[in-house]
Write a protein that binds this ligand. Structure first.
Ligand SMILES: C[S@@+](CC[C@H](N)C(=O)[O-])C[C@H]1O[C@@H](n2cnc3c(N)ncnc32)[C@H](O)[C@@H]1O
Length: 438
């Protein structure tokens, strides 16, 4: 075996189930395209230009007629130029999930993610923007993509061992030090702790203001059985059972600062995960939304009011901003977070139902849907209702591409599209697209 440090450990090949593959361009989902006897094989755990031994994840006999197979690299026979020693040993092909590109140099990750995003836009039929200009940018001051995740969900097995799950598996494995997690999460040393009986998962949060937070999750958990370990320092602690969130230390919320403004978020609620994300996305929304003074704005999928705050500053006290959010607790916190901005009102509703029922239009909209995207129906409704601009914040390029193609057909055009590496060492990409009437 080679002494090349970039090689992953050798596993004996099994004829029929193991293939030697030469890896080509990237595909969606963090995989890469190879070919075996003319058939496409999507391979995970590799990089462009490599020759690998890959284990088939599909049964070649049962799926002899399938258009493609899926596989994972178990041995690198010839490393590609983009391969580096992994930044997270425990997140290898057989290890925990959540860092499927940890073995690829960071600039190459961004180049590959740009290629994938461009291809998705092309395939969806997006035409109003020069697609080759879409390039994934690093978050400001993010040198190595490490220590950037401020929200980490740990898994717990039946013996109370705390780790993480491998890709598409229910097992719980040791996650090691998890170098992608913010220091305040690593300092909790959850991997060395034995969780009390009934713990199914643990949410750890490293907010930008105030102490870290640990929430033990388990339908049948008994809060009185929990002894808070010393390693957790002054972290807030809560338990989420079938009866809801029960704070043991703190009040079940965390605090996030963006510029001069503080936001309160539920300890298990949504907040942008990369430590620079909220500030970066706020800056981009601020420069692109252009809500008119005294005008109107909707903040769809508003969470605890991050972008509504920006829209409210722009429309001023004589304008009107409505933030629409499906989660009751998040919507309530949005109301409290933006109490000093009386031009903001909140609605707890499904976004599509709300927009469908709304009479009259709006000057500008910012929307930030989950990975499933806004959907073709909502894009059609917005194409009719919005008078000036739409700013679409997306965490999933494939659904974004579908939605952009739909709104182009309804007479809108893309005037700006920026993509950001807010999930370093994974294939995920965040982006902000600005739309105007064509
Ligand atoms: C990606 S987050 C964005 C939150 C917020 N814009 C932020 O940056 O903090 C998406 C939000 O949409 C909410 N959501 C998901 N599906 C929804 C729906 N169908 N209707 C309303 N809200 C929804 C989630 O609860 C979540 O808060």
């Amino acid at each position: 075996m080679s002494t090349d440090p970039r090689r992953v450990p050798s596993t004996p090949a099994v004829p029929g189930r193991h293939l030697t593959l030469t890896v080509g361009p990237p595909a969606a989902g963090g995989t890469f395209v190879a070919r075996h006897e003319g058939r496409v094989v999507f391979v995970r755990g590799t990089a462009p230009g490599e020759t690998v031994t890959a284990r088939l994840l599909d049964d070649p006999e049962k799926q002899a007629d399938a258009r493609f197979w899926r596989a994972e690299a178990i041995d690198v026979l010839e490393a590609g130029v983009d391969r580096l020693p992994t930044v997270w040993e425990e997140a290898s092909v057989d290890g925990v999930g959540g860092a499927e590109w940890a073995h690829i140099a960071l600039p190459a990750q961004r180049r590959i993610a740009s290629e994938v995003m461009q291809e998705l836009l092309r395939r969806a039929g997006v035409t109003s923007y020069p697609i080759e200009d879409v390039q994934v940018e690093p978050a400001p001051h993010d040198i190595d993509g490490l220590s950037s995740r401020t929200r980490v969900r740990f898994a717990v097995d039946g013996d109370g061992r705390v780790g993480m799950r491998p890709w598409r598996s229910h097992e719980v494995r040791d996650a090691g030090e998890n170098p992608l997690a913010a220091a305040a999460i690593r300092d909790l040393r959850l991997g060395e702790w034995t969780a009390p009986e009934g713990t199914e998962a643990i949410d750890a949060v490293a907010p930008s203001a105030g102490p870290a937070s640990v929430v033990l999750i388990g339908r049948e958990l008994d809060p009185s059985a929990i002894e808070i370990p010393e390693a957790w320092g002054d972290a807030d602690v809560a338990v989420r059972t079938g009866r809801g969130l029960i704070p043991l230390r703190g009040d079940g919320t965390v605090h996030e600062r963006v510029g001069e403004r503080m936001f309160t978020v539920s300890a298990t609620g949504f907040w942008q995960g990369h430590r620079r994300a909220a500030e970066l996305l706020t800056d981009v929304v601020e420069t692109t939304l252009r809500a008119p003074r005294g005008g109107s704005a909707w903040d769809l999928y508003g969470g605890v009011g991050l972008f509504a705050a920006t829209a409210a500053e722009q429309v001023g006290p004589d304008g009107a901003v409505i933030t629409i959010e499906g989660n009751r607790r998040a919507s309530q916190l949005a109301g409290e977070n933006l109490e000093d901005l009386p031009q903001v009102s909140t609605a707890t509703a499904d976004v599509v139902d709300w927009v469908r029922a709304r009479r009259g239009g709006v000057d500008v909209v910012v929307l930030d849907p989950p990975r499933t995207g806004a959907g073709v129906e909502l894009m059609g409704l917005l194409a009719r209702a919005v008078r000036q601009r739409i700013v679409y914040v997306s965490c999933e390029p494939s659904t974004l591409a579908r939605d952009l193609a739909a709104i182009e057909k309804a007479g809108w055009k893309i005037v700006d599209l920026r993509a950001f590496d807010l999930f370093p060492h994974t294939h995920h990409v965040e982006s902000v697209t600005v739309l105007e009437r064509a």
